[in-house]
Design a protein around this ligand. Sequence first.
Ligand code: TXA
Ligand code: MG
Length: 371
Amino acid sequence: MKTEVAVVDETEIDMEIIKRAGDILKEGGLVAFPTETVYGLGGDALNRESSKKIYAAKGRPSDNPLIVHIADMDMLGPIVEMIPEMAEKLAARYWPGPLTMILKKSEKVPLETTGGLDTVAVRMPKHNTALALIRAAGGYIAAPSANTSGKPSPTQARFVKEDMDGRIEMILDGGAVGIGLESTIVDLTEGKPMILRPGYITKEMLEETLKIPVALDRTILQADTGKAPKAPGMKYRHYAPKGTLTIVAGEEQKVIQAINERAEQMRKKGEKVGVIGTAETAALYRADSVKSAGNRQKEETVAKELYRILREFDDEDVTVIYSEAFENTGFGQAIMNRLLKAAGHRVEYAGETFIQRNEDEMQHDIRIKMP
Ligand code: TXA
Ligand code: MG
């Protein structure tokens, strides 16, 4: 299959391109498109054959449900059993935006789209190209992140092309995304709202709108607890770079020293070493490849660069990676969640080594915080 790449501009929608892409989706084909979080791999959410094609293109297990993207609030009713008051409040406040809600699904949504579950994940992206495409496709686009299963989500169209060239009909290239990490997922099917995946919309933001406590799936920041995470996708070792990644936490000067020592040891052993630092520290590292994840004071920049950096280390065949830790609160929780997963929860605390293994070690989450 030849994959067409069309450059789009969200400030000036080219309806000819959008219509062509919408027609591909209506006919059961696949189109990758930009959203404010990461690029999505879209198919018609109400067409079971399209959902099967998405799993095939990604090489993704078909028990891992897809997010249904809508463009208008009127489109929510038909795909859910009912709209709880909490969903109405959150939609009014955060849609369009980087928030996915899990609701009971209606008959209209095929089980192929929801990975066999009787619930459906719904989100209204804050991106004009995505919204125009959803409308052109008939209102419902199922879209996981547009990466091959096991790779970091694509934050630029060139990464989508790397993974999907020849596997899908079209890629809409809208440039680099704004946020860089996937949407927050909140489950509203069980009375008490629970975050299944942290993202730009934080627990505090949800609580402020709902005026009730919001729980956090305990599997989010921990290593394998033996418990299945509620979002099936979170159980897979996602976001894993080819190189072995270790997070080094602690006081800044000690972290720099520890990483430089380890880097030197590893290079002597013949490893190719990469380091993820920040604008403040990058110049102080000695390794084969040092990358700055942006300004430590601005979590947004770190989120935006993280997946690009992990992909670049893969391209450079880096075999060992060390990363600084980031603040584990607010949006930083989403950054650390992705980084911990990429690291298989390998964390060293400036000198002493430990690997998070079980619930008893939950306190280590606190120690990951930079002082
Ligand atoms: O920002 C995003 O959410 C991006 C863009 C493209 O919208 N999409 C995305 O999709 O990250 P994906 O498929 O890579 O991640 C969806 C996650 C998976 O972990 C999946 O298991 C979970 O959502 N999920 C989907 N439906 C669910 C459901 N009914 N119940 C629980 N978890 C669900
Ligand atoms: Mg994904």
